[in-house]
Design a protein around this ligand. Structure first.
Ligand code: XLS
Ligand code: NI
Ligand code: NI
Length: 438
């Protein structure tokens, strides 16, 4: 097997004392935490679109990235070679999963038929590489936003042909996902929103989005694709308002249109912050409603108002995410997909490694801290105490359904006023968390 990036070594666990930039200090795949190996807590996944295709273009400047394996033309042969490089990267990073959009991996042809043929040629290489390396597909998706035919959206376009083309694309993407054994399939809105309400028939667009998702779910059933469907919220960018705004909006949509038992959520950190939430808010909301599916692990920059998709290196954030995952029993089908890219000025292949290593290590350390917090139970106990008025007396009676407004009025008339209000102790809680972090 040819090595495409021989100057970059195999990344291994060396322990917290290591100063080797190509080593994990905390991610030790087989180390058991709360009864299962670390690797099974995370199901880490590399995102092909960022890791292989991001070339550093931004609205103010052209490509910056050095990717020595890329040929001069973006043809099928080059795309096939790129897949082999990708698997070498995954192997060197001990990355068990990957994700891609149809258009990330193979060039578009002159016609839909030619495009599908190009994809098939590249999928063959994926199949071989999956068999050779054991690296698996977490989820598939289709790019329904890049081509000008989707300028008004895809499933929510004012143009019915755009809807039809998107349907053909997702049909093919599902077939490919089935062929490659993907554990899931993700819908991300892309341009499923509006720029201007004056020219928009919102009801028609949202109804059509539901129609589209039903068609996808039906086709998956028809061909025997049993992977989990995910809906990924993002409030804006590129449109000013996207219908998949946040998990509350998405879950309402899924319930309203009869998709609740078919689709779970894929939560992305930077999208949560764009919606004015935190990732832990979004995860907790999904989990408590039974919709927690998968995570696009990244981070935004609070001083930049767009989706910067940075690698996660904030230990507080990974602790919070892991606490929620552990509380709800971990991933069933999903994983932590690094929907994240290196900065435009981090232009070397080495930077791609530093980025993934940092993200994986921050999650590994976050898992260990979260597990320790749960084992000690200090925070849980404090929260439980805060709500203790519901555990007996009037609280327990209310929760048991024994009261109504009239009986509660009688209770309060007799009692006179509220008793037992205690401090929120926010600063104490924060200090307790810090005790585990440093
Ligand atoms: C873009 C989205 C995208 C989805 C997959 O902002 O995060 O990368 O995860 O289409
Ligand atoms: Ni994403
Ligand atoms: Ni994003």
């Amino acid at each position: 097997m040819a090595e495409y990036i021989p100057n970059i070594p195999q990344v291994k666990f060396e322990g917290p004392q290591s100063t080797n930039p190509f080593a994990f200090r905390h991610y030790n795949p087989d180390e058991v935490v709360e009864g299962k190996p670390m690797k099974d807590h995370f199901n880490f996944s590399a995102a092909f679109w960022h890791t292989m295709r991001m070339n550093g273009v931004d609205p103010f400047g052209s490509a910056t990235m050095s990717r020595p394996w890329e040929g001069p033309v973006d043809d099928v042969a080059n795309a096939q070679k790129r897949v082999k490089v990708f698997f070498e990267i995954c192997q060197k990073l001990q990355m068990p999963y990957f994700c891609f959009h149809d258009r990330d991996v193979a060039p578009e042809g002159a016609t839909l038929a030619e495009t599908n043929k190009n994809l098939d040629e590249v999928v063959k290489v994926f199949k071989d590489e999956i068999a050779r390396t054991g690296v698996k597909m977490l989820w598939g998706t289709a790019n329904l936003f890049g081509n000008p035919r989707y300028m008004h959206g895809a499933a929510t376009s004012c143009n019915a042909d755009s809807f039809a083309y998107a349907a053909a694309q997702v049909k093919k993407a599902l077939e490919v996902s089935l062929e490659l054994g993907a554990k899931g399939y993700t819908f991300w809105g892309g341009r499923e929103g509006y720029m201007c309400l004056w020219n928009t028939n919102m009801k028609r667009e949202v109804d059509n989005l539901a129609r589209f998702m039903h068609m996808a779910v039906d086709y998956a059933k028809e061909i025997g694709f049993t992977g989990q469907f995910y809906f990924e919220p993002k409030p804006k960018e590129p449109t000013k308002h996207q219908y998949d705004f946040d998990s509350a909006a998405c879950i309402n949509f899924l319930r309203a249109y009869g998709l609740a038992d078919k689709v779970k959520m894929n939560i992305e950190t930077n999208h949560a912050t764009l919606a004015g939430h935190t990732v832990e808010h979004e995860l907790e909301y999904c989990a408590m409603q039974g919709f927690l599916g998968s995570i696009d692990a990244n981070a935004g920059d609070m001083l930049l108002g767009w989706d910067t998709d940075q690698f996660p290196t904030d230990i507080y954030m990974t602790v919070k995410i892991m606490l929620i995952l552990l509380k709800y029993g971990g991933f069933k089908t999903g994983g932590l997909n690094f929907d994240a890219k290196v900065r435009r000025d981090s232009w070397t292949p080495e930077d791609v490694f530093f980025a993934h290593i940092g993200g994986m290590d921050t999650f590994a350390k976050g898992l260990k801290i979260a597990a320790q917090m749960r084992a000690d139970g200090v925070l849980d106990e404090m929260v439980q105490k805060r709500y203790s008025s519901w555990d007996s007396g009037i609280g327990a009676e209310i929760e048991a359904g024994k009261h109504d407004f009239k009986s509660l009025e009688a209770y309060m008339l007799a009692k006179g006023n509220v008793e037992g209000i205690v401090s929120g102790n926010q600063e104490l809680y924060e200090n307790v968390v810090n005790r585990y972090i440093f």
